[in-house]
Design a protein around this ligand. Sequence first.
Ligand code: JHZ
Length: 419
Amino acid sequence: MSDQAGTVSRQSQTIRVCRSCETSSLRTFLDLGSTPLADRLVTQAELQSPEPTFPLNVAFCQSCGLVQITETVDPEILFADNYPYYSSFSQALLDHSKANVLDIMSRRSLTSDSLVIELASNDGYLLKNYVANGIPVLGIDPADGPAAAAEKVGVPTLNAFFTREFAQKLHDEGRRADVVHANNVLAHVADTNGFVSGIRLILKDNGVAVIEAPYLKPLIDHVEFDTIYHEHLCYFSVTALDALFRRHGLYLNEVKPLSIHGGSLRLYVEPQERVGQSVKDHLALEKAQGLDSLAYFQDFSARVAGLRTSLLKLLGDLKAQGKTIAAYGAAAKGATMINYVGIGPDLIDFVVDRNVHKQGKFMPGQKIPIRAPDALIEARPDYVLMLAWNFADEIIAQQQAYRALGGRFIVPVPEPRII
Ligand code: JHZ
């Protein structure tokens, strides 16, 4: 693919067949242009160097219903070095994860003889709750920094990508799990089928995989286009997931809608088929609403473009009135938002984020500086564009002092509004 300097790099590949069913049934319905990598924050030393950019096109598989991007960037570039995402910076996510663990512990009557494995265990945000209850765990994560942070909080972690080969090794060593967690990772893996067959290999026959993934329906219905970036290869419907798991002797038996990350699903997947009402209802609803056909996605591109126009107008009007604007959340989705919409340093003075690994760096593409949240009180911008809108409640609750000074937030999706 070509980078900004126009050279050809071998850092990405364009797929020709569906990531799940492998048929040639892909139809592209959204083109977000060629964008930089959303979590590749720019350092001071890199400010003058060109950033690699990659095409960001989204397609629907007319055969199995899976929505997916068509470019696969080398995962070593995306996740291994300097990956800045640490799950533990959101209290809402920590609370959500702890509740998930307590629920599973009681559902499955886990003991000190059980084993829980988490794929993409990040900084140990979830598994530490099992450790606190004396239940053996194993984390697996390719990102060096978060994996080291997990070890520090007592979560044994293998610093590696989870692949089918890796799963085979664990299986051969007799390391099979009563529970496998995989939160916000299924969409991230290039070998979708290998990953799912790997889950089957490391799961005991009476085990359960508890998987969380953003749900396609709210993404489309609420124009959450900014959750599309190169790390997210797939955007799942229940229809597409059901077919994917069945191919590997796994059954989606229960599904629970979650509000996290703009609307997600928690999937309970087992080697035994006992499909519950929640799954039957979701499948029926998706069919009735047409989420399993291309027509559902046909006007999405126009709606995304409409959001871009209205957000640019709102920010432009505020600047014309002499207002100052900052942004909250150096989130990956924030990178898609500012780069697709074209929000640069002319509109936004700085971005704040609690994650110390992001502070002092610059947003990809637009190169807006990232500062600590205290900057909102120091600089007192009139408005703050909420790039991490999925945590808006938590963030606004923390920013009472800024609000008391007259500060206002702009929430960009599903349509820009000032709150
Ligand atoms: P956040 C993440 O995406 C990571 P991102 C990943 N790409 C994924 O799959 C999706 O989630 C589902 C900061 N923050 O997590 C922390 C504060 O500063 O919504 C983060 O940098 N103060 C793997 O990166 C950012 O905001 C706070 O009070 O798009 C939020 O990023 C809170 C709550 C967060 O999504």
